[in-house]
Design a protein around this ligand. Structure first.
Ligand code: SF4
Length: 470
């Protein structure tokens, strides 16, 4: 039994876990955007093909998935002791560990740490946790500028936009739009910039190099933390993470408490699963690991902020806690027929797609994201694709049961339950249903159910009638 204190959900009014409108309303708007659907269709098909090819090379892929799933379940069952172990080992290696109960605390801790350095600019390597808590906005409110260094994150930041995919945050932008954003927002950009991908990347590289070399504080997330050694790991593809993690004087890492693995050896499972499931690569291009502080090498001040922000509440739910096993590979997004059509913004949270549909409502409390558990056809493609075997469809159904239901729906199901519990009433209801044999639609207020499907036709003879005759 794991219990880390009073489970509370992520606070309102801070961070990026709640949208301004429900999923159906936001999805309806997104579906009008043909450019978005073209971009999404192209990107998800390409990633699926690449990923499928490299996964097919491994004869033991299913065993690896099983190992990943078991390791995560084991970690969640021992989370308190493993977090203590991590804290002791990070501290012994010269780092400082901070505990943040929620987004407000985490933002305050990071802001105070940056202020204490005397600098007013930080560089960032892409981090879902800091987007979740709205760290950039909190830093800005204190006069500190945060510069995203992942190319897609930079595009999103300069465009004053929100990420729409875990792995490809600017998936909704085409290169003409990116050129326009760079020309408008990037300091020192060449006005003759074209929309050739190599030129766009070159412009970003020039701007970022200058920023890397002149910024003394970095903020990162973490893909994994090893409890037995106190080692943190960041996996990325552009080398910007390596720059952030090695060049500045001070490094501040914000990490969700679920990112732990117990031992160094456990990493071998996840370092095989993650690149194949996410970018479709055999090996991750840049895997940076560090343990505390090393004199004369890399940042000389290291702070680790351990973030709860609703995770303890997720852990307290025996069915839903599997969502904490997620390694943010985005494979579930790339196979989801709903995500492929709506894109990420419709989910209203920094976590889009199937994982967002189960994680966001649990972090915020289901009443604050009540439409997300329904943002799925329950086809099960996400479960098959997930490298750590998270049973997303079962969690969706579980959460649908927890969502506050409309009174009319509750009354209708109450009436059905009562009828089925009373044989005479049930027989009469069956005979009444026969009268509606040729009706294709239900009358109001139930007509929503038959708006896009026909009413199934009741049989001409019920089983009871058939049985009685014999
Ligand atoms: S739920 Fe599974 S497939 Fe989806 S992002 Fe997380 S680890 Fe990847």
């Amino acid at each position: 039994m794991t219990f880390l204190g009073m489970p509370t959900t992520a606070p309102r009014g801070v961070g990026n876990l709640r949208g301004d409108e429900s999923f159906p309303a936001a999805a309806h708007k997104a579906l009008q955007d043909e450019q978005l659907r073209r971009n999404l269709g192209h990107a998800t098909t390409t990633i699926r093909r690449k990923s499928g090819a490299v996964i097919g090379e491994l004869p033991d892929w299913q065993e690896l998935r099983e190992a990943g799933s078991t390791l995560k379940a084991n970690t969640m069952a021992r989370l308190p002791e493993l977090l203590d172990q991590l804290e002791a080992n990070v501290t012994a290696a010269g780092g400082v560990v901070h505990w943040a109960a929620d987004a407000n605390e985490a933002n305050q801790i990071v802001t105070d740490l940056v202020k204490a350095t005397g600098h007013d600019r930080v560089i960032k390597v892409k981090s879902m946790a800091t987007q979740e808590i709205g760290l950039n906005e909190a830093l800005e409110a204190s006069g500190i500028t945060a510069v995203e260094t992942d190319l897609a994150e930079l595009i999103v930041q300069l465009g004053n936009d929100k990420p729409s995919h875990i792995l490809v945050p600017a998936i909704h932008r085409n290169r003409a739009e990116i050129r326009e954003i760079f020309l408008r927002e990037m300091p020192g950009v060449d006005p003759a910039l074209t929309d050739e991908p190599a030129e766009l990347a070159g412009a970003a590289r020039r701007y970022l190099r200058e920023t890397f070399l002149s910024t003394k504080v970095a903020v990162s997330g973490a893909n994994f933390a090893v409890a037995e050694t106190g080692t943190l790991a960041v996996l990325e593809s552009e080398g910007n993470g390596r720059m952030c993690l090695t060049l500045p004087e001070t490094l501040i890492t914000v990490m969700g408490i679920e990112k732990l693995v117990p031992t160094w050896r456990d990493l071998e499972v996840f370092l095989q699963l993650l690149p194949r499931a996410s970018t479709g690569e055999r090996m991750n291009p840049y895997t940076s690991m560090w343990t505390g502080v090393t004199p004369g090498d890399g940042p000389q001040n290291f702070h680790l902020v351990l973030l709860d922000n609703g995770r303890t509440a997720v852990l307290a739910d025996e069915v839903g806690r599997q969502a904490l096993h997620c390694i943010r590979c985005s494979a579930c997004l790339n196979v989801c027929p709903v995500y492929e059509r709506t894109g990420g913004h419709a989910y209203g949270s920094v976590y889009p797609g199937p994982i967002g549909a189960i994680l966001s409502p649990q972090l915020t409390g289901v009443e604050d994201n009540a439409s997300l558990p329904y943002a799925s056809s329950l086809c099960g493609a996400c479960f098959d694709a997930c490298p750590v075997k998270i049973d997303i469809p079962s969690i969706l159904v579980h959460l649908r049961n927890e969502v506050p239901h409309p009174r009319a729906e509750k009354a209708a199901f109450g009436a059905v339950a009562y009828t089925m519990d009373h044989p005479a009433l049930y027989t009469r209801a069956q005979h009444a249903a026969k009268l509606s044999r040729h009706a294709k639609k239900l009358p109001p207020p139930l007509n929503g159910w038959t708006a896009s499907r026909d009413l199934p036709e009741p049989p001409s003879e019920t089983f009871r009638d058939w049985w009685a005759k014999r």
